[in-house]
Write a protein that binds this ligand. Structure first.
Ligand code: SF4
Length: 280
């Protein structure tokens, strides 16, 4: 018996549900090929300014916090490399130190030293400074930032020292901070350098370093200061302020930390260490 041939079935593609009827062609376009659709363009992404990889003093990139042993070893490594650290500001007395530190806000130590070299020749005590007057002080410090306000403060604080403290710089935080132009940081420097107190003046370098390395992270200079006071070993507290400032100024720099010659690289928790010097 011979089988009847199977009926030919339409192919699968032909069995699909028919698409809706196309619209009748536009007579004006009849015979012209349809232009290709341009690829859909994604709207441009809005980007803010690129964040610096190594952070800044205002927004330092944070590292995992060091444990106490590591924090101590970190400061010990800096201490071993510079056993007798000193402030880079030139001064001859607590008074000239106070004036130099008050002038150093938003100015480099080098520029302050240039200005005070001639200023202190004319006036190195409160009475002479008051006699010199704002204009006279201004003549010497015009090359540093915010000089007008600073000249005013130097005269006002000198006058207050004469009125309240017999012309001497008080070794007392509250009395120092009551002087015009003297904040916590300036008071800490004077207490530490002039009077040998264990005080930690957190400037832009120490603030960055505390956060970047994990030594003492904090959102404000005061938080970093408190962290350092707790975490730096007591026997190193007196000089830690100098070690950290100098390290931040010359090695752990804001734009690019020079980790390739950092004595504390093995102890630092910063994730983006720059291990090789960039070509010059
Ligand atoms: S290793 Fe780099 S980031 Fe860490 S403290 Fe040293 S210089 Fe700064």
């Amino acid at each position: 018996m011979t089988r009847a041939p199977r009926p030919t079935l339409p192919r699968a593609s032909a069995r699909r549900r028919p698409a809706a009827d196309p619209a009748p062609p536009d007579p004006a376009l009849a015979g012209e090929p349809e232009p290709p659709h341009p690829p859909a363009k994604a709207p441009p992404r809005k980007r803010g300014p690129a964040k610096p990889l190594h952070g800044s003093a205002e927004a330092p990139r944070r590292a995992r916090i060091m444990n106490l042993q590591q924090a101590g070893d970190f400061v010990r490594a800096l201490a071993a490399a510079n056993p007798a650290p000193e402030t880079e500001l030139h001064y001859t007395s607590p008074y000239t130190l106070l004036v130099a530190v008050a002038l150093s806000a938003q100015a480099t130590d080098v520029s302050v030293n240039k200005a005070t070299a001639t200023l202190f020749q004319e006036a190195d005590n409160p009475a002479a400074m008051v006699a010199l007057g704002e204009e006279g002080v201004g003549r010497h410090i015009r090359s540093i930032g915010l000089w007008k306000g600073k000249a005013k403060n130097v005269i006002a604080l000198s006058r207050l020292l004469l009125e309240r403290h017999g012309g001497e710089v008080p070794a007392d935080r509250a009395a120092l901070e009551a002087l015009p132009g003297v904040g916590r940081k300036t008071a800490n420097v004077v207490l530490n350098v002039a009077f040998g107190e264990e005080a930690m003046a957190v400037d832009t370098h120490i603030f960055r370093l505390g956060n970047r390395t994990g030594l003492a992270p904090g959102n404000t200079p005061r938080e970093v200061e408190d962290g350092l006071m707790k975490r730096v070993p007591p026997e190193l507290l007196r000089d830690a302020h100098h070690w950290l400032i100098l390290h931040g100024r010359y090695v752990c720099k804001a734009r690019m930390p020079e980790c390739w010659h950092c004595v504390a690289i093995a102890l630092c928790n910063y994730r983006d260490k720059v291990r090789v010097a960039p070509p010059r």
